[in-house]
Design a binder for this molecule. Structure first.
Ligand SMILES: [Zn+2]
Length: 210
């Protein structure tokens, strides 16, 4: 099966669905990832180009850990994906054609971050009409917990790799306590298991839910 992860910033892929991605890659699925922005504003002290380089390099390391075979950087401006939907769609379209994903993971549309919300609009615009068969789009949690889950993955076994992938985003470790973020009780623990949680939205086109 072909799987595509859409990450608005480097680290969303590991935080949001890293454990699930490991399960896919270990099971022989081809996983590709596309980063809408390179998260350059996460390193405000550096010039933009240098910040992009650092974060892209960290994303490459994290991708190797997670078993992601191919990654692409669309380099839309960080925090401004919503103002670049058409451009994002134009850049994403050939990737969708090439990867022919059956499953697409992206942040759920009720996440507070505007770039995470905009990811759905980019996918929707890129998908267009007449492309068949439609993939299944699954919204993963990053910053805002989901109020309901349609699909829950037990990632107990892949949690160590998820943590390693998070640590690969070294430039962000001072700012974010990733390990705490993914190990707090509810909603990541259920029946004592560590979970990636996703909301499933199936249909001919993914629609943002509010
Ligand atoms: Zn993000």
């Amino acid at each position: 099966m072909n799987v595509l992860v859409i990450a608005p910033h480097p680290d969303d892929e590991a935080l949001g669905c890293g454990g699930t991605v490991c399960k896919h890659s270990a099971g022989g699925d081809r996983v590709a990832a596309v980063f809408l922005t390179s998260g350059e504003l996460g390193l405000k002290q550096l010039p933009r180009d240098r910040a992009r380089q650092v974060r892209e390099s960290e994303a490459r390391t994290a991708a190797r850990i997670l078993g992601i075979e191919r990654i692409e950087f669309l380099r839309l401006p960080d925090w401004q994906v919503g103002q670049h939907i058409k451009e994002g769609a134009r850049l994403l379209r050939p990737i969708l054609k090439r990867e022919t994903p059956e499953v697409i993971y992206l942040p759920h549309p009720s996440d507070w971050h505007p770039d995470h919300q905009a990811a759905w609009l980019v996918l929707q615009a890129a998908w267009g009409r007449g492309t068949a068969p439609p993939p299944k789009a699954l919204g993963y949690e990053v910053w805002t917990p989901l109020s309901a889950h349609d699909q829950v993955e037990n990632i107990t076994k892949t949690m160590p790799r998820k943590i390693r992938a998070l640590r690969a985003h070294r430039s962000q470790l001072d700012e974010f306590d990733y390990e705490r973020a993914v190990s707090i009780p509810s909603p990541f623990l259920e029946d004592g298991r560590i979970l990636d949680s996703s909301r499933c939205d199936e249909g001919p086109m993914p629609h943002p839910r509010t």
